[in-house]
Every structure is written in structure tokens, then in C-alpha cells.
Design a protein around this ligand. Structure first.
Ligand code: ASP
Length: 590
């Protein structure tokens, strides 16, 4: 939809608006000079704004000499206003919507000249990453980056529409708070008025949204900035946005349905995709069949465990392994020796760390060959192939070792094979709930239990007795939403009674005193009529980047940080004056 600019002083139309229907009309356009082609007798200028590009034309003999002269002084990214008449183009451009017309300029005004930009502001730019980040405001003029932000806007709008339709109230929670236990490091802010004391920026509004349930708000949401001081990866930013939600008087099932509804609404309104029912997979199955708690279900290639078929035949490596597990790379039997060697090297890289790779080739002529033929008969190999439902032409890839490690490594291999086989189209969306996460995980190094989600997550009622006997097997009413192998959201049913919350803190190694100091306010609140409640949060940046078909969230954030957590445009973080430090009671001499 094009806005009506008639009521604004400087322009009558946008640069994306004029069509053949506007022929012979007068128009005033404002925008940035993207390109100038001066062919002597004729000058063409591509004028750009947020809405598109319109071609301006100046013609020797027809355009007045003064205007021609002004046109010749223009440079890239000058901001101008052009007034003229809409005419039909001789050679049309079907790549842009205004491609049938051009504006025959009768008057031109330079609103502001511009220095030559440090990189081309076009779809294909010559600017490198750092340069584009330094001049992010110029990068944002580029079509692709602007589209990403428009997409983000749309997802936010549609989120609000859905949440409002379901009676959720958007409540803002504070940014200067104290430590929240999401498991990352906090960003802290010194308090001038309370020397030696610090606020922490929220890693999430978790405790506040739970308190809002105690307050009776019943359905809360917020599109909210969160902060985590973690080492950065391509898909992480120190500040990021969540769609944070909480509901009262609900069970896990209600939450899953409500937010499946949100995601369905977003797919429909933003991408015009009708989402099928979202399947559910237990954490245990996700690990067993995909070696990951966020399986990419765009393709099958499920794990098959082989211990019973391969052990006891004299092959030491398999005999010693806790787990022997493989995948069937369908149609890959033609892989050459070189290709398999290369794959073996790939999986032996330190980042993945497998010791080796065993393959079984189910040739198109029906014979079966493997890298461990010495130990297995053709019948043994055929039995293995049958376990994978393999067909002639398939290639089975097998890893072995400690169960956790082997699964992790095979997950990497599975994803790599999926990519190599073209099975991971970013616009083919597969949405999944992973449920029944363990409540706790054991940190070998720290020699203690950690909350897998966070300490406010409720154990499954039927598993509560295990809190006294078998911590590793307590399952939580916790769930993650996974799209195309990326975790886009997660949450849980919460503990809402003081004694269980207290017990949980004990298990996590908090002393009574520590628990009270950090979370006394929440446990107190639980004694003043806390309703049963549950919720979740979506990673908003991630969701938008998935809709945009991209892996990194950076291009979907207006002013992101680089890999060292820096904003190279405003040059932050930066030092502050001694006076400021003194006011904050911070002694700088480190
Ligand atoms: N606060 C959690 C998180 O940020 C989400 C939730 O449990 O609602 O991951």
C-alpha cells in the first residue's frame, strides 16, 4: 500500500508509486540519487526512496540548460527534489514496478549534497561487513537490509494483533533489575546513588512475568529487550528481543496450543503459509533419533542404533563402544573413495572430534561393501542395511564411542549430509515441539546439578518423588519450539508453591540464605495466592530471520553488534571520564 503524500509539502508521490496510469501527470518526488547515466544528450537518474526507484530523464534541447547544468553537478546519494511530468519510457524495465514510466524533469532542487558513500548502496554492494556496520545508516538504505527490517516490523505487528485477540496484556517490566537466573552472565550497571551496588540488565523478564500472574494479570506478553553477556556466535547478540509470554490457570497443553496458534497466525499473515499441525517429540526421542534437542525435521535420515548387530564380531572399535549408531545417506553409494575420505576428515576435525567413520555401501548392483569387510560377512552387512531400510544406491555412515559424544557427532554429520544433499531449503518450514525435557543436568566440572531450563520450571507431578532418589530422571513440564533445527522458543509450567521452589533451590546448591537473598521476593509472593501458571518466550530476532530465510539474526536488527560485542558505528563500548567513574564510586586502577 502506498501512503498518500499529497498532504505533505515536499512531494506528491513516492519513488515507488508512479505507473503508466499516471501518464502526463505532474509529480514531485524526493529521494536519494542512486545512479547517474550521462550520455551527453541525455541524462538518466535513478531516484530512490524507501518505496522504490523512479527514473528521472533530462534531455538536451528539451530540458532547460540550467536544470541540465544542475543535474550534471549531482553525485551519488545527493538528496534532491525533482518536479516533472510522467512520460512513457522508450525502453521499459520490467524489473521494477515503476519501469514503464520516467519523470521528465522540469525543476530540480538539491536538498542536501552528499559525500561519496564508502560503498555502493545497491543490492549488490562492494562494501565488506565491517565497513557496512560502521556506516550502518547507509547500509540500511539498501533494499535487502530495509526489507529485513520491514519484515521484522510486520512480524511484531502481527504478534501484537494475535496476542491482543487472545486477551494478552502487554506490560513493560523494568530494565534495571537484579540478576536473573537464565544461566548466562549479567550485564551490570553501577548505581550512583547506591555506591558499590549494581543493577543487572534482565536476561529475561522471567520473575516479573511470574509476579504479574500473582497480581492476577492472567495473560501477559511483551516484545522485550533482553541482555546476556555471552561469547558471541553468528546467531547471538548481547542484546536481543524476545516475545515473552505467561498465562495463569493453564496446563502445558494449553500453552502449546496457544502459541502454536501464534506461530500459525504469523506464518499465514507474514508468509501466506498454512502451517500443518505441529508434531511433538519427546526430548528422549529427539536425542535418540537425531542426537539433538533441536532436530532439523526437514529431512528424515534418522539415527539407527546398531550395537546388537555389530558387536561381538571381532571388530574391537565397535565392541568397546558404548554406542554404535549410523545414518543412511540415501542415494550416496556413488560417493567416490575420495569423497568418503574427505567426509572422514571433515568429521575428524577438532570441532567435531570423531575418531573415524565407518561406511557401508549398498551398491546399485545389490552387492554390499564396507570399510570393515574384514569383520563382517555380506549377510551381516545386509542385516545392517535392512535396519536402515536401505536400498541399492544408499550409503550408510556409522560412528561409535561414548553415547553422548557419538550422538553429537552424528548429528553434525547428519546436518552436513542434509546440506550436501540439498535437503535444507530455508523456505521449507518444519515446525516441531520438543517436550518432556529433563528438569536437571549434571555439570561434571562443577560437580553439581543445574536447571536445564531455569529454576522456576516445574517437575512433572508424577516425577516429583524422584527428586529424592533419581535427579537425573526427573522430567520437566518444559518445552521448546524448533523450526528447521533452530530453537525459536521455549518455556515451562512453573513452580508456584513455596515449598517446592525452596526444594528446587536446595537441589541447585543454593543455601537457604542465598535463595532468600536472590529470590525471596518470588517465594514470598508464592505465599500470597499465586495461581498455577506457565509460559514461554520466543527469540524474536531468530523467528524473523527464519522468516527471511537467513541464518544470522544480525541482518534483521537495525543496529547490531559485531562478533566482539562492539557497535563499530558509535564505537561502543568505550571508556568514560574519570569524573563519571568517581561519581559511580568505581576505582579504575586495575
Ligand atoms: N525466560 C525463559 C527464557 O528466556 C523463557 C520462559 O521460560 O518463559 O528462555
Amino acid at each position: 500500500m502506498q501512503p498518500n503524500f499529497k498532504k505533505f509539502m515536499l512531494r506528491t508521490h513516492t519513488c515507488g508509486e508512479l505507473r503508466i496510469e499516471n501518464l502526463n501527470q505532474k509529480a514531485e518526488l524526493c529521494g536519494w540519487v542512486q545512479r547517474i547515466r550521462d550520455k551527453g544528450g541525455m541524462i538518466w537518474i535513478d531516484l530512490r526512496d524507501r518505496y522504490g526507484i523512479t527514473q528521472l530523464i533530462f534531455e538536451e534541447g528539451k530540458t532547460s540548460p540550467e536544470i541540465l547544468e544542475t543535474a550534471r553537478t549531482l553525485g551519488r546519494e545527493f538528496v534532491i527534489k525533482a518536479t516533472g511530468v510522467v512520460v512513457e519510457r522508450l525502453s521499459k524495465n520490467d524489473k521494477i514496478e515503476t519501469g514503464d514510466i520516467e519523470l521528465k524533469v522540469e525543476k530540480i532542487e538539491i536538498l542536501n549534497p552528499a559525500k561519496l558513500p564508502p560503498f555502493l548502496i545497491e543490492d549488490d554492494t562492494d562494501g565488506g561487513d565491517e565497513l557496512r556496520m560502521k556506516y550502518r545508516y547507509l547500509d540500511l538504505r539498501r533494499n535487502s537490509v530495509r526489507q529485513n527490517l520491514l519484515l521484522r516490523h510486520k512480524v511484531a505487528q502481527q504478534t501484537r494483533i494475535y496476542m491482543d485477540s487472545q486477551n494478552f496484556v502487554e506490560v513493560e517490566t523494568p530494565v534495571l533489575i537484579k540478576s536473573t537466573p537464565e544461566g548466562a552472565r549479567d550485564f551490570v550497571v553501577p548505581s550512583r546513588m547506591n555506591p558499590g551496588e549494581f543493577y543487572a540488565l534482565p536476561q529475561s523478564p522471567q520473575t516479573f512475568k511470574q509476579l504479574l500472574m500473582v497480581s492476577g494479570f492472567d495473560r501477559y506478553y511483551q516484545i522485550v529487550k533482553c541482555f546476556r553477556d555471552e561469547d558471541l556466535r553468528a546467531d547471538r547478540q548481547p542484546e536481543f528481543t524476545q516475545i515473552d509470554c505467561e498465562m495463569s490457570f493453564v496446563e502445558q497443553e494449553d500453552v502449546l496450543n496457544m502459541f502454536e496458534g501464534l506461530v500459525r497466525h504469523l506464518f499465514k499473515t507474514v508468509k501466506n503459509i498454512d502451517l500443518q499441525e505441529v508434531p511433538r517429540m519427546t526430548y528422549a526421542d529427539a536425542m535418540k533419533y537425531y542426537g539433538s534437542d533441536k532436530p532439523d525435521t526437514r529431512f528424515e535420515m534418522k539415527f539407527v542404533e546398531l550395537n546388537h548387530l555389530v558387536q561381538g564380531k571381532g571388530f574391537q572399535v565397535f565392541d568397546d563402544a558404548e554406542l554404535v549408531v549410523g545414518i543412511n545417506a540415501t542415494g550416496c553409494a556413488e560417493y567416490t573413495r575420495k569423497q568418503v575420505d574427505e567426509l572422514t576428515e571433515w568429521i575428524k576435525r577438532p570441532q567435531i572430534g570423531a575418531k573415524g567413520l565407518v561406511y557401508i555401501r549398498y551398491n546399485t548392483d545389490g552387492t554390499v561393501k564396507s570399510s570393515v569387510d574384514k569383520f563382517y560377512t555380506e549377510d551381516d552387512l545386509k542385516a545392517i542395511a535392512a535396519a536402515f531400510d536401505a536400498k541399492p544406491g544408499d550409503l550408510i555412515l556409522v560412528l561409535s564411542g561414548k553415547a553422548d559424544k557419538a550422538r553429537k557427532q552424528l548429528n553434525e554429520l547428519r546436518l552436513e549430509m542434509g546440506s550436501r544433499l540439498g535437503l535444507r531449503n530455508p523456505f521449507d518450514y518444519k515446525v516441531l515441539w520438543v517436550i518432556d525435557f529433563p528438569l536437571l543436568e549434571f555439570g561434571e566440572e562443577e560437580n553439581r546439578w543445574f536447571a536445564m531450563h531455569h529454576p522456576f520450571t516445574s517437575p512433572k507431578p508424577e516425577d516429583i518423588p524422584l527428586l529424592d532418589s533419581d535427579l537425573g530422571n526427573v522430567r520437566a513440564n518444559a518445552y521448546d519450539m524448533v523450526i528447521n533445527g533452530t530453537e525459536v522458543g521455549g518455556g515451562s509450567v512453573r513452580i508456584f508453591q513455596r515449598p517446592l521452589q525452596k526444594r528446587m533451590f536446595e537441589i541447585l546448591g543454593f543455601t537457604d540464605e542465598e535463595a532468600k537473598k536472590q529470590f525471596g521476593f518470588l517465594m514470598d509472593a508464592f505465599e500470597f495466592g499465586a495461581p498455577p501458571h506457565a509460559g514461554l518466550a520466543f527469540g524474536f530476532d531468530r523467528l524473523v530471520s527464519l522468516f527471511g530465510g537467513a541464518e544470522s539474526i544480525r541482518d534483521f536488527i537495525a543496529f547490531p553488534k559485531n562478533n566482539s560485542g562492539r557497535d563499530v558505528m558509535i564505537d561502543s563500548p568505550s571508556s568514560i571520564s574519570d569524573l563519571q567513574l568517581k561519581e559511580l564510586s568505581i576505582d579504575v586502577k586495575i
